[in-house]
Design a protein around this ligand. Sequence first.
Ligand code: EPU
Length: 420
Amino acid sequence: MESIYIEGGTRLVGEVGIQGSKNAALPILAATMLIRGKTVLHRIPRITDITHMINLLQSVGCVTEYEDGTLIVDATDINRISFPRKDVDCMRSSILLLAPMLHRMEEVLLHYPGGCVIGERPVDMHIRAMKELGAVFIEEEVLIHAKAEKLLACDISLPIASVGVTENIVMAAVLAEGTTRIHYAAREPEISELCLFLQSAGARIKGIGNGELVIEGVENLHETEYTIVSDRIVAGTYLFSAIGCGGEVTLLDAPVSHMEKVIETGRALGAEIEAYEAGQTVTVRADGNIKSIPFLETGVYPGFPTDLQSCLIALLAKADGISVVAERIFENRFRIVEELMRMGAKIIQDDGQVIIWGVGGLFGTELKARELRGGAALICAGLMAQGDSALTGVSYIRRGYEDIVGDLSALGASIRMEEI
Ligand code: EPU
C-alpha cells in the first residue's frame, strides 16, 4: 500500500504541465468501438480509470497498443457481449459501453456499476434513453442486459442534464437511422470533445457546446486520429493548491476556455490570475491568505464543477470568514469534511450544503482518501497546513491524476510517496 507524506506550509513556485483529460478520454475510448478499424488517440492520461477502460475494450476483442501517451485501438473485430466484472465494478463510466455495444453486437451484458461514495448515482436515465432509441432491456437482477437489432433516431428530453447520459445518446445517435435531437443535453466540455472526435470520424453533429444537439445518423464512421484536451479538473486542483499555499505558479497546456468559473472563483478567493487562451497558460499569484466566499453552489457546466468542490472547501476552511458551499450534483460529496475537521477546520453540514468558519490555518495529521477528488483535496489541505500529514487511500487518487506528487514536488512542495 502506498502513502503520501506531506510537510505543509511551503509556497508553490514554478511551471507545471497539465495532463490529458480523464473525463474526455473515457467516453472517447468507449466510442472507438463504433469505428470498424483503427483509432489513434494522443495525450491519453496514464491513470487507472483509463487502464480499466482499455481492459474492458480488450475483453470484447479490441486490440490496443500504447506508447508515450498515444493509444491505438483497433476495433475491427468485436466478438463478445459481456465484460469482466472487476473492471466494470470499479468504474462508473463502464456504462458508456452500452450504446457502442448495441451498435456493434446488437446485445450487451454489463454488471450494474452500482452506487459509489459520492452518491447513489443510478443508471435509470441511461436505460430510459437507450429504450427510446429502440433497445429492449431484459430484467436481470445484477446485470444490465440489452438488445437492439437496430437503434433508431428519436427526440429525447433529459430530465437532468447528465453528462454520461448525453454521451451515451450521442454514441447511439451517430450511427442510428434518422435525425436525433437531444433537448436539455449536458454542455460539459468533455461532451463537446466526444462530438468533435466523432465528427473527425465522419459523424454529423450540430449544436456542439449547446443544450440542444442535433445528430444525423450516418452509415459508418471511418478511422481517425485525435488529441485529448487537457484536464480542467487537474488544472483546477493545481490552481487551488497554489492559492492555498501562496506562491506563483504557471499552468502550461491549460484548458483556459473550460476554466472560466474556476478562475473567477480563484480571484474571489483573493488570488491574482492571468489567463491566456491563445497560449493555453494560466498564471496564479497568491499570498496564502484566503478570502471567504459567502455562497457558492456547484452546477452543471458552465457552473462551478462538483469535481473541484472538495478542493474549494479545503481552501475555505483556512479562509478569514464564513463561507457556504452547496452541492447540487452529488448528494454525498462532503466526505472530506470529517478529515478537514481533524485538521482543525470548523465546518457543519446542513441539507446539501456546508457552512465553513474559516480558522486561518489548518494543522497536519493522518488522513485517509475515500474517493478521487476528495483525495486530491486532502493533498491540497496537507500542503496548506502547518506540520506533517500522512495520507492513505492513494489508489483513489491514481484513478485521475497521473503524477500529482511529482507535479507538486516540482513546484517546491515537500511531498513524497512511499510504499508502506
Ligand atoms: N443521474 C441519475 N440517473 C442516471 C444518470 C445520472 O439520476 O441514469 C444523476 C446522478 O446521480 C447525478 C446527476 O444525474 O446526481 C448528474 O450525473 P452525471 O450523469 O452528469 O454524471 P456522470 O456522467 O456519472 C460525469 C463525470 C464525473 C462528474 C459528473 C458531473 C465522467 C467519467 N464522470 O459523471 O466525474 O462529477 O459528470 O460533472 O465523465 C470525477 O471525475 O471524479 C467524476 C466523478
